[in-house]
Design a protein around this ligand. Structure first.
Ligand SMILES: [Zn+2]
Length: 318
């Protein structure tokens, strides 16, 4: 994703440039910290298991780099699909081709459509591709939110929901070129939104909640300015109610991400992203975005909030 021009000068100038810090991750052995913080007991996070989410991130990282169109992404796709099927989720593969700076690339969105008597749709989304950089595994950027949505799937596919819930694992969020310049980004979300519009399904989509870069310890999630205010309020008030007011803070940041394709078509959307703290900025799109930067406790907080946003949305759209 990219920070919009409204962000601070440092973000604009630092955030889009290759990091000047040393590229220490490439040659290191597994930089996994000796001790991984324990995830909270799932009983305290609405049944969401941060340890399970973390294991998914570890598996995706172990696959290695998986940028759109690469050999690695086929292994990531196989992993995600296998896990979803294991949870009893109905899985659909949306295959498409995208015209990119490196040519025509085959991509795949992986969709779970959990049936409900209520036709109104709520989408929880993540991108699972990693940035096309040598040795880049994207533990936070790509991995963390994908681990969260996989663990969401385990809960949501196993129960009856009072609204139709879709989970979207989006391909091709990352720009092929180093710089984020439209339209070289968000291929998967643009494809999904366009296909829903064409099928006449888009009016049924009442909310799209995107998670991205939610792995680091001491998360601070700012309100994303492009996002729909009422939906942001719903997510933030859910977080507040659960005691995460110190994580979901009221400062603002503008980020370009997969939610924009839905906003552009009039669908309410919200991006849950921890992007601009100095630690994340130093790691972003570098080979130091490794598993040791992901904290199971953060995954548990995000998962808890997303899971508890379901009843609020069910109440609104029942
Ligand atoms: Zn990225």
């Amino acid at each position: 994703m990219a920070v919009a021009l409204a962000a601070t000068a440092c973000l604009t100038s630092c955030g889009r440039q290759p990091s000047s810090a040393s590229d220490g991750g490439a040659g290191e052995a597994s930089p996994q910290a000796a001790t991984v913080p324990a995830a909270p007991d799932p009983a305290t996070t609405g049944g969401f298991d941060g340890a399970r989410a973390y294991k998914h991130v570890a598996q995706l990282v172990a696959i290695g780099p998986h940028s759109a169109g690469s050999e690695g992404i086929r292994r990531a796709q196989a992993y995600i699909i296998e896990q979803l099927k294991g949870f009893g989720c109905p899985v659909e593969e949306q295959d498409f081709h995208a015209s990119t700076p490196i040519g025509n690339v085959a991509m795949k969105n992986i969709l779970v459509k959990i049936p409900s008597a209520n036709p109104n749709i709520v989408i929880y989304a993540t991108h699972y591709d990693t940035k096309r950089l040598d040795n880049f595994v994207g533990a936070d950027d790509g991995g963390s939110s994908t681990g969260v949505v996989l663990e969401l799937a385990r809960s949501l596919c196993a129960r009856k929901n009072a609204v139709t819930i879709w989970l979207a694992f989006l391909d091709g969020e990352e720009a092929f070129n180093f710089q984020w310049v439209d339209p070289d980004n968000t291929y998967g979300s643009r494809e999904l939104a366009a296909s829903l519009a064409l099928a006449g399904t888009l009016p049924r989509v009442k909310a799209m909640i995107l998670a991205d870069m939610v792995g680091p310890a001491n998360l601070k999630i700012k309100r994303e300015s492009n996002s729909t205010p009422w939906l942001t309020d719903l997510v933030w008030s859910t977080a507040q109610r659960l005691g995460y007011g110190n994580v979901f803070v009221n400062e603002r940041i503008a980020v370009e991400d997969d939610h924009l394709a839905f906003l552009a078509r009039g669908v309410a959307a919200c991006d849950v992203i921890a992007f601009d703290d100095p630690v994340t900025q130093a790691l972003w799109h570098t080979t130091r975005d490794t598993l040791d930067k992901v904290d199971p406790r953060s995954l548990a907080i995000i998962g808890h909030v997303l899971l508890e946003s379901v009843p609020a949305l069910e109440k609104k759209y029942r």
